[in-house]
Design a protein around this ligand. Structure first.
Ligand code: PEP
Length: 252
């Protein structure tokens, strides 16, 4: 299938405006010419404006790490998908495991946020993944299928095609421990099978990223797997050279 690889950098709560602007400019220089890879970065909301300026005209999308399910209102501290879009953002993350664990974000809340993103014209990356305990207890498939089914439950088939999925085993995030290419490929094939069952053959086009301690040293073998269409990168995206090396790996 002709799925264009998609490499995304989740900067989490790192890189304030000045640092984020610098890293974005370095990334712009490091990536150079247009490439066959979709690239995006997700700064903290406080740095989005600086990064949008630094990447103006570059082929690097910018996204927010979190959106509310409502466009505006009495929601102290939240980000609006409509406002993010109007600033110039293209993407948003939904359901990152840190949001699920630290803020108690449920699959139902993710479903509302995915719909809110698409309604505002933002392209969501829905993150799914199991904890080590869930994997050890043989619950991997049940957990992932619930996150997938409920997370996308409010969408029509044509809307689902605009979503990117990120499979991020929780035990591999920020731990230095990566799923083996075989483990990741097995899960990606499972997710893709369910997407096609639920949304029809067009869902073959949905990109599924792998996330969890991806770095230049392991990116190529993960990205070579047939159902791994890119990566959601945390730590290694904070430095332009390591992130650019992962983008390079996705070019094959
Ligand atoms: C992430 O935060 O989505 C992530 C995958 O982090 P890391 O690459 O640091 O494991």
């Amino acid at each position: 299938m002709g799925r264009r690889p998609f490499i995304a950098g989740n900067w989490k709560l790192n890189l304030g405006p000045a640092e984020a602007r610098a890293v974005a400019s370095q990334l712009r220089d490091a990536l150079g010419d247009p490439s066959p890879v979709t690239v995006a970065v997700f700064p903290t909301a406080l740095s989005v404006s600086a990064v949008l300026q630094a990447l103006d005209g570059a082929e690097v999308g910018v996204g927010v790490q979190e959106i509310a399910s409502q466009p505006s209102g009495a929601l102290t501290g939240a980000n609006s998908a409509v406002m993010a879009r109007s600033m110039g953002c293209t993407y948003c993350l939904v359901g990152h495991s840190e949001r699920r664990q630290l803020w108690g974000e449920t699959d139902e809340a993710c479903a509302d946020k995915v719909l809110a993103a698409l309604s505002a014209g933002l392209l969501p990356i829905l993150c799914v993944g199991e904890t080590l305990d869930q994997r050890r207890a043989g619950q991997l498939e049940a957990v992932l299928m619930r996150q997938l089914e409920v997370g996308l439950s409010k969408l029509q088939p044509d809307q689902a095609l605009s979503v990117t999925l990120a499979y991020e085993p929780v035990w591999a995030i920020g731990t230095g421990e990566t799923a083996t290419p075989e483990q990741a490929q097995e899960v990606h094939a499972l997710l893709r099978g369910r997407l096609v069952e639920r949304f029809g053959p067009g869902a073959e086009e949905v990109r599924i990223q792998y996330g969890g301690s991806v770095k230049p040293a392991n990116a190529s073998e993960l990205l070579a797997c047939p159902d791994i269409d890119g990566a959601l990168v945390g730590g290694a995206s904070l430095k332009a050279d390591s992130f650019a090396a992962i983008v390079q790996a996705a070019q094959g």
